[in-house]
Write a protein that binds this ligand. Structure first.
Ligand SMILES: N[C@@H](CCC(=O)N[C@@H](CS)C(=O)NCC(=O)O)C(=O)O
Length: 223
């Protein structure tokens, strides 16, 4: 039986959603973030040394890293569904987006989260103006322009086909959901990018997405 080590409000929601799309049986082991640090509890390190979510176990296999998990589950249990055929242009695009989500789209969004927190963290009053100035400069000179670059790119790509890998919904769309949901929560993704907003609406309407929310519990992305 597949076990998903699921952290609240996290990337592991994607894995639950994929398993619901695949119709595969699975169990969930729940972990709660520390409310102050937002880090995962130490118990997750007993499953994988990094102690991050998602991690799955499937028999003797323990697998971390959401892209690797999505690739494994779609390949092993998909029976050709949610995975474009090998050797096609769609398969190449599928592979690209599977890597792009965590490798390129997430880093500036994570930096934004960190620097937003620097600005609002408790600190001695005489440090605050300096910390705010450094965080503000990092955001305006690098982080926000990078987020804009990526959002513009993704918006243009979704102008070429209904889904990221082509005209059929694939597991790459599931992998891409997290950066787009994070961008809507904290990265300035709004109705000014209608293709991306429409993508979010379409995925949220999928019955498997909703079943995954019911099983995973509340899902509110960090802002
Ligand atoms: N690139 C990794 C990122 C894993 C990751 O950072 N997960 C976050 C949840 S969204 C986490 O476990 N955070 C808690 C912590 O670092 O303690 C993946 O895609 O699986």
């Amino acid at each position: 039986m597949i076990v998903v080590h699921h952290l609240n409000n996290s990337r592991s929601q994607r894995v639950l959603w994929l398993l619901e799309e695949l119709g595969v049986e699975y169990d969930i082991k729940h972990y709660e973030r520390d409310p102050q640090t937002m880090l995962a509890p130490p118990a997750l390190r007993a499953v994988h040394p990094l102690g991050k979510s998602p991690v799955i176990t499937d028999g003797a296999l323990t697998l971390a890293e959401s892209g690797a998990i999505v690739e494994y589950l779609a390949g092993r249990y998909g029976d050709g569904r949610f995975l474009p055929a090998a050797g096609t242009a769609e398969r190449m695009r599928y592979t690209y987006w599977l890597h792009y989500a965590e490798g390129s789209a997430m880093p500036p969004l994570l930096l934004k989260l960190v620097f937003d927190r620097v600005e609002s963290a408790p600190m001695p009053f005489f440090i605050r103006p300096v910390a705010k100035a450094i965080a503000g400069r990092a955001k305006s000179s690098f982080i926000e322009p990078q987020i804009k670059l990526h959002l513009d790119f993704m918006e243009a790509e979704l102008g070429k086909s209904a889904w990221f890998a082509g005209d059929a919904f694939s597991a790459a769309d599931i992998q891409m959901s997290f950066p787009l949901e994070a961008a809507a929560a904290r990265g300035g993704l709004t109705a000014t990018r209608p293709k991306l907003m429409d993508f979010l609406q379409r995925i949220h309407a999928r019955p498997a997405y909703q079943r995954a929310l019911e099983r995973g519990g509340p899902y509110e992305l960090l802002t």
